[in-house]
Write a protein that binds this ligand. Structure first.
Ligand code: XIL
Length: 354
């Protein structure tokens, strides 16, 4: 059997990938089985998709992913139990359309987490329990989401307690982006420390890892890992991708909006490919140096054939738009280790060459 990423990293950490049911057959499935030993549902376990109306659960896609993983001896990371995005419309409202009270919202949260975590009990080794609850703006601590507006910060600790009760052996994570940036890092640290001090069952932090070629710096990545690890927490890199795309300019947006042909995507030029190769090498060197605290590294999508970061006409990226063939790609992100033909890129070899 040909060696894959998971074999090179056997002594370090498991290597995962975010998937959709579309990828569970054909070439992409073969690639997943060859390279990865952990999978995450890109969307299918989020609250909106899995719990579309009160009392109705839609297990189909999530179960397909879990069954595929079981069949191929791949483990499953659950993503996620609580987020301000992709939350179902009914969640925050009562039957006449008024916003629900804190008591009602926490009761709904408890029911949701208990049902979902029990459904997958023993099949999911780690859950992202709370996703992105800290604000990006320096002046705010918590994100002013409906969760926060209705419950204050209590929903965070509660979510971990409900999840732990439903499956005491699942590892439980707080997951966020830009967690290396100094200001946000200090706020996340403060939250995690308060949870640890209160003996809330939390295993670690997920650093999403939606990174650029030059940001965050290696130094900031190391500092963040050390700071979070100093609380005795584990670290998982939960959504790694290294975009080479420059931000979409106003002209590009206009081009997208006026249906101009795909001219603005200049492709993964040799120069960008080299920079990305170097960047992947540098990042995995850091990960390997922290193998005692890093327990998983998961890529967000399989190959450059499809990434949620690809910008599409109208400026819409990811989700439904991504699988809609009538929405042309105006600029791709090329953020992963496999190209559009599912072949290993130079960056792949820089990650396994050590
Ligand atoms: C993204 C998916 O990749 C898209 O398909 C969807 O439209 C939006 O969500 N942080 C997260 C992930 O925690 O759940 C997000 O996934 C990417 C950002």
């Amino acid at each position: 059997r040909e060696k894959g990423l998971k074999d090179y990293y056997k002594k370090y950490f498991s290597i995962g990938v975010a998937v959709n049911v579309r990828a569970l057959s054909g070439n992409e499935a073969d690639l997943i089985v060859r390279e990865f030993n952990s999978v995450t549902a890109e969307n299918d376990m989020k609250m909106g998709p899995i719990h579309p109306s009160e009392g109705t659960y839609n297990w189909r896609n999530a179960d397909s992913i879990v069954n595929f993983a079981f069949k191929h001896k791949i483990k499953v990371r659950g993503h996620n139990l609580l987020w301000h995005n992709q939350a179902p419309a009914w969640l925050f409202k009562d039957s006449v359309g008024n916003q629900v009270s804190k008591e009602v919202l926490l009761a709904r949260l408890k029911e949701h987490i208990t049902t979902v975590v029990k459904h997958f009990k023993g099949k999911i080794y780690a859950w992202d329990v709370v996703n992105e609850a800290i604000d990006d703006k320096p002046e705010n601590y918590f994100r002013n989401s409906l969760w926060y507006k209705i419950c204050g910060e209590d929903f965070i600790a509660k979510a971990f307690e409900y999840a732990h009760k439903a499956d005491p052996s699942a590892a439980l994570y707080y997951n966020d982006y830009n967690s290396e940036e100094e200001g946000k890092r200090e706020k996340i640290y403060r939250l995690l420390k308060s949870l640890v001090d209160a003996k809330i069952p939390i295993t670690g932090i997920g650093l999403q890892g939606h990174w650029k070629l030059d940001k965050p710096s290696p130094d900031l990545i190391r500092k963040a890992i050390e700071k979070y690890a100093s609380l005795g927490l584990k670290i998982q890199i939960t959504e790694l991708d290294l975009t080479v795309r420059k931000p979409v300019s106003p002209q590009d947006r206009l081009a997208g909006a006026t249906q101009m042909p795909m001219a603005v995507d200049s492709g993964l030029t040799p120069d960008l490919a080299r920079q990305q190769e170097q960047r992947y090498k540098e990042i995995f060197e850091i990960f390997r140096a922290y193998k005692n605290v890093i327990t998983n590294v998961t890529f967000w999508n399989i190959s450059d054939r499809y990434s949620w970061l690809d910008s599409r006409n109208g400026g819409v990226a990811g989700g439904a738009a991504a699988s809609d063939p009538t929405r042309r790609v105006i600029r791709k992100a090329y953020p992963l280790l496999f190209d559009e033909k599912l072949q290993r890129k130079k960056a792949y070899f820089s990650v396994v060459d050590f």
